[in-house]
Ligand binder design. Sequence first.
Ligand code: ADX
Length: 205
Amino acid sequence: MVETKATNITWHESSVKREERVALLKQQGVTIWFTGLSGSGKSTIACTLEHLLVQQGHLAYVLDGDNIRHGLNKNLGFSAADREENIRRIGEVAKLFADAGIITMTSFISPYRKDRDTVRGLHDAGKLPFIEVHVNTPIETCESRDPKGLYKKARAGQLKNFTGIDDPYEAPEKPELNIDATHTSPQDAALLLVKYLQERGILPK
Ligand code: ADX
């Protein structure tokens, strides 16, 4: 639980309404939250979708776990408390991006259900759509792909608290979408997501 230290602060309302941004960008802001094991394909799917959407004339942006940990969250490790703070910060950032009208994709393991649900609640309170996508590629596939060699390190005992090996992953109970990247290519996953966004009325048909 984060300690609130900010006191004597007042919310300053913008005079620009959300509808004005929707009209300007010709799209609705949304957060598409990818969760799943390391190597499950979250970032690849998110980046393929980002590319497709930009080609179609939409403003889309990926907030990627590994990338964000190079900057904004470089002071966080992989303890439960640090992972919670990682997700809290990026949940807030995603909400701001979505409020700005951007189709925002986040690609974080985000292993704890409670932390993801908190981010969902934040979006609900802000009347912004939140779409949780469980990239539920089985650990066997993730480990056989092992794009960063981290499963090998974890199995060898050279990397502690690695998600799925000696650290927990709590699967979403009711994600909006489930994608197993063993059988679905990143292109097919991106098309599936576009179709879903159209059905939800977030993207025009
Ligand atoms: S999260 O659990 O806090 O959501 P995040 O998505 O930001 O994790 O970062 C995960 C990435 O960090 C992995 O894809 C991997 O490249 C790297 N990593 C380094 N150490 C670990 C670890 N102990 N557990 C999981 N991922 C790790």
